[in-house]
Design a protein around this ligand. Structure first.
Ligand code: ACO
Length: 328
């Protein structure tokens, strides 16, 4: 059996910055409240003419350049997103056209865990021999679905994209993956309107049902419970333990979640990658964005063990253990 290894990484953040000071002028909040409760100082917003596929396309080009491959090399494109350009065609198909690819392309939706689910698809395609080179992207423009008069949610989210190029290799890169879902917790985090259950009407818009709704406290408790568990399960499936982890790269939702998870896993905080201060919660993009930042900072070494771990609406969660094999 072939293994899947990461041969390229790339990311993209839009230029438009929204700082905590900007938010102070929009809702009843303060830089001090946002920084202490979340660790976020600023986030990026997609330009008006940028859709999720545009963010995905930029990140993919950077990852392809890093991998040194051409569009013809790619056998499969998987995009993890919960803020697609439109209901259909898929964001993956739009991105495929932007990139000039001819391979199959599809979306995977598991909210903020979408990238880990997409990575599982990419890895399985390589391990089964159905694909040799797979482009996997996490991209979201969730600020398009946030009510900028709701201080409980509008301070959290930012837009962006990150991408990996995976290729078949003799030595394992992706060592083990654990995925989970609990649909009974769906009401904790949702966008109620705009789908088949509640098509968009004047009434749904007037009631704000097309915006993100979240029970923040419950999501927080869910996150700090599930992240250590899924990380340990994926490590066990890889024949490793927490002591082997060089870098924990969690979904960037709240700095207090990252700190609590580090303590529960017994990991020093400096081994937990955090870029939330400048990105906010970029949903499916946050994990590959953080990996790209770690990579470009020169702190990743061949042989390092990465634990990539996500959680999000659904409810969904998942962890992927990766041995870094790429030279920096
Ligand atoms: N500025 C000032 N005050 C605020 C703000 C704000 N932006 N937001 C809420 N408050 C107030 C509340 O109204 C409340 O006031 P009250 O005590 O008078 O009622 C008080 O602050 C405390 O509110 P809490 O909601 O209890 O604050 P908490 O400490 O839980 O922080 C937060 C809220 C930041 C949302 C936190 O619960 C959190 O990060 N939860 C996890 C969210 C998350 O991870 N979401 C993404 C999931 S991934 C996906 O799939 C999309």
């Amino acid at each position: 059996m072939k293994h899947a290894a990461i041969i390229g990484v790339g990311s993209y953040l839009p230029n438009r910055r929204l700082t905590n000071e900007d938010l102070e002028g929009m809702v009843e909040t303060s830089d001090e409240w946002i920084t202490t409760r979340t660790g976020i100082s600023e986030r990026r917003l997609a330009e008006k003419d940028q859709a999720t596929s545009d963010l995905a396309t930029h990140a993919a080009r950077n990852a392809m350049r890093d991998a040194g491959i051409t569009p013809a090399d790619i056998d499969l494109l998987v995009v993890g997103t919960s803020s697609p350009d439109m209901i259909f065609p898929s964001t993956a198909c739009i991105t495929q056209a932007n990139l000039g690819l001819t391979c199959p392309a599809y979306d995977v939706m598991a909210a903020c865990t979408s990238f880990i689910f997409a990575l599982q698809n990419a890895t399985a395609a390589i391990e089964s021999g159905r694909a040799r080179t797979v482009l996997v992207i996490g991209a979201d423009a969730l600020t398009r679905h946030v009510d900028f008069s709701d201080r409980g949610t509008c301070i959290l989210f930012g837009d962006g994209a990150g991408a990996f190029v995976l290729q078949a290799a003799d030595e394992p890169g992706v060592l083990g993956i654990d995925l989970g879902a609990d649909g009974t917790g769906g009401d904790m985090l949702k966008i109620p309107a705009g789908g088949s259950a509640m098509p968009t009407t004047v009434e749904t818009i007037e009631a704000g049902l097309h915006f993100v709704q979240m029970v923040g406290n419950d999501v927080f408790k869910f996150a700090v419970r599930v992240i250590p568990k899924t990380t340990e399960t994926a490590l066990a499936a890889s024949g490793l333990s927490v002591d082997d982890v060089t870098w924990l790269v969690p979904h960037q939702a709240n700095q207090r979640i990252l700190d609590t998870v580090a303590d529960r896993l017994g990991l020093p905080h400096e081994r937990v990658v955090s870029n939330i201060a400048l990105t906010g919660n970029t949903s499916a993009a946050s994990i590959p964005l953080a990996v790209d930042e770690l990579y470009t900072s020169g702190n990743l070494r061949p042989g390092d063990i990465l634990a990539l771990v996500g959680f999000g609406a659904g409810l969904t969660w998942g962890a992927a253990i990766v041995r870094w094999t790429k030279e920096v």
